[in-house]
Design a protein around this ligand. Structure first.
Ligand SMILES: Nc1nc2c(c(=O)[nH]1)N=C([C@H](O)[C@@H](O)CO)CN2
Length: 121
């Protein structure tokens, strides 16, 4: 399986479990690894035959603006479902980091993998 990558994508959203977090936007930093077979796109040099990382990044940004949840877990799960549905992504790994949430840590967050890896494994 090949991967299309989007790394350290920063998006602004309303997120958090505490009252003071409900009235501000915070920045999340996302890493996405999107499973696909890049050979058809490479053979024809055709953007229409692969996962367009620019289009997917725009969709992630729009998703963040549209949603308002408490947990990074919820954000990750709903975003993964949306992307897999809209872009027909068979498998993905999504890491959502919330920098600054724990001052002593560089970032905290979650990492999920969803779907079936093409070709097994
Ligand atoms: N597992 C999680 N733990 C915590 C979360 C979360 O989304 N998932 N969120 C918070 C607060 O919103 C925190 O980020 C505010 O600084 C605490 N723990």
């Amino acid at each position: 399986m090949d991967l299309v990558l989007i790394e350290a994508l920063e998006v602004d959203t309303v997120i958090g479990v505490y009252d003071w977090e409900r009235s501000i936007t915070q920045t999340l930093r996302l890493d996405l690894a999107l499973g696909t077979d890049i050979r058809p796109a490479a053979a024809d040099d055709d953007i229409g035959l692969t996962l367009n990382y620019a289009a997917i990044s725009e969709r992630v940004n729009a998703f963040a603006k549209e949603h308002d949840v408490a947990l990074v877990e919820t954000f990750a799960e709903r975003l993964a479902e949306t992307l897999r549905d809209e872009f027909a992504i068979p498998w993905l790994r999504l890491t959502v980091r919330k920098p600054g949430a724990v001052p002593a840590a560089a970032a905290v967050g979650v990492c999920i993998e969803r779907g079936q890896r093409p070709g097994g494994a």
